[in-house]
Design a protein around this ligand. Sequence first.
Ligand SMILES: [Zn+2]
Length: 116
Amino acid sequence: MKDKVKVELIPANFFRRYPCHVCGGATDMAATLAEVRSGPHEGFRVCERCIATRDFDAKMQAHAARLEEQAQELRGLMGQLDVPTFEEFQAAETAYRSDVREQQGLTAPRSENRRP
Ligand SMILES: [Zn+2]
């Protein structure tokens, strides 16, 4: 029989979604996390939905199957990607940030910056 892996309840440092290693989903902004605190599986996390339903092995089996499909997809994409250069990325990033800032009113339109 395999040794048990102890999952403990700990306070979350931030209210955000944390990945669940059982189902592949995420926590739901809970103040409590269920995590393995030490050993070879340290950091392994279980979300509150998995804790509620308790069908851990079935969910891990389904999650593992999805990860295997994703691994196969990644291997299938090798040698096929046509990706913009980092310089193109940076130019787009600058343009999009500027657009967002204007949409949020963080920068005044150029015409308002001019003094009469
Ligand atoms: Zn889960």
